[in-house]
Design a protein around this ligand. Sequence first.
Ligand SMILES: *Cc1c(COP(=O)(O)O)cnc(C)c1O
Length: 325
Amino acid sequence: MLSGFLSCLNVDAFTKAALEVPYQLVGSDLFPGIELWVRRDDLLDPLISGNKAYKLLYNLLELEARQLGTVVTCGGAWSNHVHAVAAAGARFGFDAVGVIRGERAHRLSATLQDAERFGMKLIFVSREQYRRRGEASFISEIGVDEESALFVPEGGSNYIGVRGARVLGEIILRSAPVGFDQVWTACGTGATFAGLASGLKGISTVGVEVLKAGNSILRDAATWLPQEGEIARLDATHKILTDEAGGIHHRLLSGYHCGGYAKYPEELRRFQDELEVETGIPLDPVYTAKLLFALSNSAKNSRLRKGSKILAIHSGGLQGRRGIA
Ligand SMILES: *Cc1c(COP(=O)(O)O)cnc(C)c1O
């Protein structure tokens, strides 16, 4: 682990840790014709991992500024975000409440067992109740004192989460070992993609959809970015976001969800095994394996300019590997 992991909660300490994250050059036949680097944000911190740390930064600073004592958030049984919030609660001293959809299982997932061990209070709610999680009355409905709680949506994906992800883009501009032509990242909600697109002035960002999201990813990005002072134009296909000032295109790549969210077909399994053996980079099957699978296919099909210097973000999430049989 790096010396500067997230030991205190402020922008300077966070930036210092993020500047130490290594870039790994990947020499592998799986990526013909391109120069591929991986930024190892899985190593940013042993528990508050990857992109979730960036998305939490300003949310937690807001908690502190408003002198609130509790974060309420939600997610699934293997949620990297729920895991990160629980760990952050233990580390930085706030109460964490995790709202989980469905009944409490007799045996909790390893993720939720950790979360409870870190001190998070888990509240299991029905599907109908879960659907109302964005409503103002939700926090009191689940029995938490509204006055002292900050609600952070699933994945940490709100516009201040995007502000944190923008820090990642800015850190890359400061620390990149070479001039990158493109930066690729896995997209769930697209908040990380939006933040990167905003922080990486002049470099085009490519997001790989890991689920069948329809048009929602870039539509959300296009609403978050103006709140961060960016003006971006969305094309009619909802696949290309153009930065008005710089004329840079940011693109969403569909077709690599491998059947849907958390689907893990044999072909992807084999690819992940091969890449891990060749490079020593551990991947998670839900996000980063699909990201690199998309990159490998694009390189093999000559859809990338020869000699392109491409950075792939390792957005963490390795704790979720335990959910794969
Ligand atoms: C949550 C997550 C993502 C997706 O981030 P979004 O901002 O929701 O698009 C990508 N990679 C990993 C490892 C994650 O845990």
